[in-house]
Design a binder for this molecule. Structure first.
Ligand code: HEC
Length: 153
């Protein structure tokens, strides 16, 4: 199955808990919101640093790129954790209600994001810059693809 394969690729099984509805993943819905937004902030920082190297705005550094890619891959499931409860659809959030009404669609986007960022981390370790740029471009498509459906402006 695609989903279980993705989980295996990502080396995580804890995502399974999203199939059950809960009051809040943490103590309060506000904490869920803060948790996922914090993860996305860190995703963006890692991502833009890699983008600067890919675009030649900053000198390429293999070790640094590998670390950014590795940490990005680790942050993706953390961001996902923050969407565990529909109670967090209201509040200081740009998450659209569709995340919970179209849970399968959202899970599919996250599975693709997990797979592509995991692939980027793996390719980065191999050190072939052409392949790295390709994997980066692939991972980059996920941001807009998900935001346009599930994040309000
Ligand atoms: C699977 C869906 C999905 C993907 C893929 C995704 N995002 Fe998001 N992102 C969201 C949602 C939903 C929010 C709104 C969270 C909220 O406000 O509660 C968000 C919020 C953000 C924020 C705002 C965080 C804050 O401080 O409020 C940033 C920055 C961000 N994303 C960057 C990115 C980048 C960069 C990528 C690609 C590398 C990406 N996102 C990929 C769904 C996604």
């Amino acid at each position: 199955m695609f989903w279980s394969k993705t989980l295996k690729l990502a080396g995580i099984t804890s995502l399974m808990m999203f199939t059950t509805a809960q009051a809040a993943t943490f103590d309060k819905p506000e904490t869920d919101i803060k948790y996922r937004q914090s993860a996305f902030s860190m995703i963006a920082i890692n991502f833009s640093d890699m983008a600067d190297m890919v675009k030649g705005k900053k000198e390429w550094n293999d070790a640094q790129f590998q670390l950014r890619a590795e940490q990005l891959a680790q942050l993706v499931p953390m961001a996902h954790t923050g969407f565990g409860s529909a109670d967090s659809k209201e509040g200081d959030t740009k998450a659209k209600a569709a995340i919970w009404t179209d849970a399968d669609g959202f899970a599919t986007k996250f599975a693709k994001f997990t797979k592509d960022t995991q692939n980027l981390a793996n390719v980065a370790k191999e050190g072939n810059r052409g392949q790295i740029k390709k994997a980066f471009g692939q991972a980059a498509k996920n941001c807009k693809s998900c935001h346009s459906d599930y994040k309000s402006k």
